[in-house]
Ligand binder design. Structure first.
Ligand code: FPP
Length: 237
């Protein structure tokens, strides 16, 4: 049964797209084939998030640790990312605000220009915020933010005792956005894997036994229904 209207509207979700390699292995295909199918699913789930009127969705596309994979696989993912960047201009029509999380400095210059351009062009859009985490690590994000704060302290613009949780949130890649309500991880794994460490402090964790390339809109419905059964107390009673 389709998700009841309004059960998803306004939610913020983080998605760890996992299981591409296993999906390919099961079919005797190269790992890159799993990523290609995963990229198709990624694009369809984006469209569905728009239909559901989510406040934001964050996709973990490439972690700071993923560089250690074989060169062929890294190149395959980067090629898919390049294809996505060309398509991302369509999200202007979809009213998405696109934000890239992570350190983009090691990425090809052309990609960096496109990323900046897409962010600029979609900045005033009021639909679902679409965060794409590339060369992203939660710890690295915190280090990056702490350096910004340290520089402000050094410049005399900020006193150490003025630093609070809001100040820290404001120097993360997700500055100004609200925290995710839940983190979804398909493929049966139960780890956060350096994803949104600060932002996920009070997020629910929803794991699903489906590999990302097999993930469907109905699976997202099920994840949202699961989230809606949880009782969130934020440390209170
Ligand atoms: C994890 O699965 C997935 C990745 C490291 C890459 C995710 C990339 C995509 C879904 C497609 C590309 C999209 C963009 C925008 C770049 P895994 O390979 O670790 O799976 P396994 O645990 O089964 O080996």
């Amino acid at each position: 049964m389709a998700l009841e209207l309004g059960r998803a509207k306004g939610l913020s979700i983080g998605i760890i797209m996992d299981g591409n390699g296993r999906w390919a292995k099961k079919r005797g295909l190269p790992r890159t084939a799993g990523h290609t199918k995963g990229a198709e699913v990624f694009r369809d789930i984006i469209r569905y998030c728009n239909e559901l009127e989510l406040a934001s969705v964050t996709f973990y596309a490439f972690s700071t640790e993923n560089w250690s994979r074989p060169m062929e696989e890294v190149n395959g993912i980067m090629k898919l990312f390049g294809e996505y960047l060309v398509m991302a201009y369509d999200y202007q029509k979809e009213n998405n605000r696109v934000v890239f999380l992570g350190d983009r400095s090691p990425l090809p210059e052309k990609y960096q220009e496109q990323m900046n351009d897409i962010e600029q062009k979609t900045r005033a859009n009021t639909g679902t915020i679409l965060n794409v985490a590339v060369n992203y690590g939660g710890r690295q994000e915190l280090v990056h933010g702490i350096r910004i704060l340290a520089q402000r302290v050094l410049a005399g613009e900020l006193r150490p005792e003025e630093i609070n949780t809001d100040t820290v949130s404001s120097v993360l890649y997700t500055a100004g956005q609200r925290d995710p309500d839940f983190i979804l991880r398909p493929s049966g794994e139960h780890r956060l894997s350096n994803f949104m460490l600060w932002q996920a402090s009070y997020a629910e964790f929803v794991d699903m036994d489906v590999l990302w390339p097999d993930f469907t809109r109905a699976d997202l419905d099920r994840a949202i229904e699961e989230y809606n059964t949880r009782s969130r107390r934020f440390g209170g009673l």
